[in-house]
Design a protein around this ligand. Structure first.
Ligand code: FAD
Ligand code: 2HG
Ligand code: ZN
Length: 502
């Protein structure tokens, strides 16, 4: 579960730590100034606008107290800070429609915000855009237990949906470290990947329908609850990964697979990344239909998780760690499969040490080693985050190359991620914000990734921070088509400006 920063700090015994790296909200530089952005030609929120919003939402749906608005302006990483003075909290699709219709007529810019756990600055204003928070849109609309199809509002928190489904023997088809705060609408808008994409696939396949409100207030009802629907273009896909630039997702329908009865996790130590790859290929071959995750971390990640989250290493120290999870319906069968897999990789010398968890508490404990890396790194220093897809043949090379490039300036360079999906999280930690350090990483890292046919954003999206690098992963013809789609959906460019498109 994602903890609040205060809880994280407590978990890290924060009184003994130098807190110089964890910024207070007021210490985060203003995005507009720091990145030298020019404000678009938008109106400013007036008293009359506030009256209109209050008439739509009631006074409890309109937040203007600067103290309360503050957290909506800043991202989880404390890298970007906007200057919005208004947060709107609708409860219904009709209210979202009225708000956007008004904003469009007045040319007021709007940022949709879910759980605000995004890692590319997409959910925060750059200037004074109005924050449209979906936090109160948290109703389950229906659950077809036979087909395993959930329809809900977009502001439902992922972990709460998963908890509700567990009581019915079902689960959400995605899981991520931010599950305690992120919302399903935010997950769909970023097309979040997460820890079990390997098994359940991308949200592009799991989301069956989307209801979205367009910039002019039009409600686009693509809320199908059918698995099969070949009636022309699949418009809902534009909102999956649309990062709030084409419409505000208000409701969606999603497949919910059966909750596995038996879950086992193996956590293993490897001498080099070649061995991690062999763990992965062997797991695919020997665990087949019960394999649900293959993740990895390097020893630098293990060190920070131990230091800041006080999670001791469950096995002997190794340069690399691989986590393999099985999920199935027959405990005995799954354990037997996992045991033969473990015997094989031990005999072959593919792993040097390992431990297995079969009960829920221990399973969760091993997962924490992997899930809490992002939180631990935030406590270690100023984090430069990269989220790339790469062929496994060159996957970890990038970490080694960057580590060498920044060795005189950075505190540490770590690699971890969803190795089973070819998705690498490369984080560089510095003592302070440093242009020298940034210039050693960018644009080199993006060029290198593009030259190996990778993606410069595997799962976090482009948001504000990566938008200008889109051409590294998309042709100019493709970007031109994206711009035309944007114009068609939002001719006044009021929805999430400065994001996704360069
Ligand atoms: P927000 O951060 O609020 O918004 C993200 C984007 O979506 C913004 O552009 C926003 O404008 C838009 N948006 C939000 N709601 C709507 C809506 N209803 N309609 C239209 N646009 C909307 N990501 C992964 O992919 N995989 C991971 O494993 C993963 N792990 C994480 C672990 C941690 C500890 C943290 C902090 C983040 C992690 N993330 C991960 C990133 C983040 O959690 C995901 O991107 C998540 O899907 C964002 O959901 P949110 O509700 O917080 O969205
Ligand atoms: C994860 O997989 C998230 O833990 C966060 O996507 C990755 O912090 C990161 O770089
Ligand atoms: Zn991830």
């Amino acid at each position: 579960m994602l903890r609040s920063l205060a809880q994280s700090l407590r978990c890290a015994g924060w009184r003994q730590l130098s807190l110089s790296h964890v910024r207070r909200v007021s210490e985060v530089p203003l995005t507009a100034e720091h990145y030298n952005v020019t404000r678009g030609d938008y109106a400013k929120v007036s008293e009359l606008d506030l009256q209109e919003f209050t008439s739509i939402l009631g006074s409890e749906g309109v937040i203007t107290d600067p103290h309360d608005v503050g957290p909506y302006n800043v991202d989880w990483l404390r890298i970007v800070r906007g200057q919005s003075s208004v947060v709107l909290r609708p409860r219904t699709t009709g209210q979202v429609s009225k708000i956007l219709s008004h904003c469009n007529q007045r040319r007021l810019a709007v940022v949709p915000q879910g759980g605000n756990t995004g890692l590319v600055g997409g959910s925060n204003p750059v200037f004074d855009e109005i924050v449209l928070s979906t936090s109160l849109m948290n109703q389950v609309i229906s659950l077809d237990e036979t087909a395993g199809i959930l329809v809900c509002q977009s502001g439902c928190v992922l972990e709460q949906l998963d908890g509700m489904l567990a009581e019915k023997g079902l689960m959400m088809p995605l899981d991520l470290g931010a599950k305690g705060s992120c919302q399903i609408g935010g997950n769909v808008s970023t097309n979040a990947g997460g820890l079990r994409l390997l098994r359940y696939g991308s949200l592009r396949g799991n989301v069956l329908g989307v209801e979205a409100v367009l910039a002019d207030g039009t409600v686009m009802d693509c809320l199908s609850t059918m698995r099969k629907d070949n009636t022309g273009y699949d418009l809902k896909q534009l909102f999956v990964g649309g990062e709030g630039t084409l419409g505000v997702i208000t409701a969606l329908s999603i497949l919910t697979p059966p909750k596995p009865r038996s879950v086992n996790v193996a956590y293993m130590g490897c001498n080099d990344f070649e061995q991690v790859k062999r763990v992965y290929t062997t797991a695919k071959r020997m665990l087949g239909e019960v394999l649900s995750a293959v993740e990895f971390l390097d020893s630098h990640c293990q060190r920070v998780v131990e230091q800041y989250c006080h999670l001791p290493n469950p096995i002997s120290p190794s340069p690399f760690y691989a986590l393999v999870e099985t999920s199935g319906s027959n405990d005995e069968h799954d354990k037997e499969k996992l045991n033969s897999f473990l015997e094989y990789i031990m005999d072959e010398g593919i792993i040097q040490d390992g431990t297995v968890a079969t009960d829920l508490t221990k399973v969760k404990g091993l997962w924490e080693q992997r899930e809490r890396i992002a939180e631990a790194l935030l406590l270690d220093g100023v984090v430069y985050k990269y989220d790339v897809s790469l062929p496994l043949s060159v996957y970890y090379n990038l970490v080694e190359i960057i580590r060498e490039r920044v060795k005189d300036v950075a505190r540490c360079t770590v690699g971890y991620g969803h190795v089973g999906d070819g998705n690498l999280h490369l984080n560089v930690v510095g003592d302070t914000h440093s242009t020298d350090l940034l210039n050693l990483i960018e644009p080199f890292l993006f060029d290198w990734t593009a030259s190996h046919k990778g993606s410069i954003s595997a799962e976090h999206g482009l948001g504000f921070k990566k938008a200008q690098y889109i051409y590294h992963s998309k042709s100019s013809i493709a970007v031109d088509f994206m711009k035309n789609i944007k114009k068609l959906f939002d001719s006044n460019n009021i929805l999430n400006p400065y994001k996704t498109l360069p």
